[in-house]
Design a protein around this ligand. Sequence first.
Ligand SMILES: [Zn+2]
Length: 301
Amino acid sequence: MEEIARGVYVSFEYEGANCGLIETDEGAIVVDTPIIPEEAKEWAARVAEKTDRVLYVFNTDHHRAHILGNQYFDAPVLAHEYAWKEMAGYKDTFIERTKNLYKKQPDIQKQFSETVIVKPELTFTGYMLMTKGHRKLHFMYLGGHTPATSGLYIPDVNILFAGDLVVVDEHPALGQCDSKEWLKQLDWLQEQKLNAIVPGHGSVCNIEAIEPMRCYIRTMRARVRSQYKQGRTKAESAVVISQMIDMFPYKPGRKSIIEKRIRAGVSRIYDEMKVFYGVAEPKTRYPRSTMRPKPLKSLLA
Ligand SMILES: [Zn+2]
């Protein structure tokens, strides 16, 4: 793991998501846990080298790449209320579906035999301030990517863990998004004068990471809208997948996973178009972010 600021560490090497560790005078906060059990154990071991007390594990959303290693930490899980709602619905079939993702890697697949889903014990909806010794930790709903997507702002180092609101050199997952809300949140983020952003995936960044995200979401919206307006069905609109696949890099073996991710995004945006053009009611009421008007710099250091 890399110390990106005083007492703030990030591990970039695990599959699926970046994992963070924030030290305080009273113990540490862990941000997200790896999907692959052996990696999650390794992450827990690295954390144990730095601290003898983990206070909380914070999940930035409910997706498997952020939560499946929770069981390796002896600390309560903290997440947005919507993440808790989603995770409360996870059954054994969730682990089975995870195993299916590793069909071609039996060594990894068999590790999931011990997987238990540890759900959040503490939740928040809009914003929560935690004070631990000299450090203040601002947990906040960000939205956009999912109705649970949340970040952690640490004012003394002026760093935001942004969850999957921002990903670097990776196809963002639009399958559960509110694409307009996502664009608005990126506009808001652009205005924040941060020392660094820790994205959900990819290297530490700052506002330069925002434009490629914006471009991707806008392009997806425009292409799906065009399909919709030409009267194509959702299934026919899958032609958009091949138009999007080269917008971000992907590892050779992951093409089908990325295609699946784009397909889910096309489906989501297609549903948004139906709502926009008045032929369908929204399936879920997507919460608006409460954080938008507040500049992060105004939060207590
Ligand atoms: Zn996610």
